[in-house]
Design a protein around this ligand. Sequence first.
Ligand SMILES: [Zn+2]
Length: 202
Amino acid sequence: MDLLKVGKFISEKRKEKKLTQLELAQKLCISEKTVSKWECGKGFPDTSLILPLCEVLGLNANELLSGKTIKDDKEYKETAENNLVELKNTNQRLTKNLLNLEYFIIAEIVLILLTACCVISYVSLPLVWKIVIMGFAVLNTIIGYIFAIQIETKAGFYKCEHCQHKYIPSYKSSSFSMHMGRTKYLKCPKCNKRSWQKKVID
Ligand SMILES: [Zn+2]
């Protein structure tokens, strides 16, 4: 899917409807920044937003996903199938990018913490500097952790081993569950059984 083309098309249609980015965002109960991201081709509407967005812009889903106006039935059918496949691929790609970003954040946290510990242990510095360095490392850890948890609840799903139910865990259960890499020990909201659950992308 050509995100740039879709973004330009959304922007065009929004202007035709004489809406600002903020007005469009308000109609969809999302942030102005999200609309701006779509229009720059840096993101794509969440599946749950595709139909409401089409309604506001006076398009059908097929046109939105193709990034162009579709005139006849034949063209409509041809593009519909391609769009479904591409939508899935695009969502997977965006999810993978987010999950890679999460790895990067975790690596950065560990690196800063280790560096701070080494400096404090082996370099002779006034106490106040040591406190500043440790404070920075702790702050960096907290901020990174908040970002990582947000990604955790946005990208991909967890799948229950017992009933195969796919779901996104809450912030709370995501933060406090035991985990090994991307596998977490979670309670399934459907069958209430606990199991080690793998992250799945779709
Ligand atoms: Zn279950």
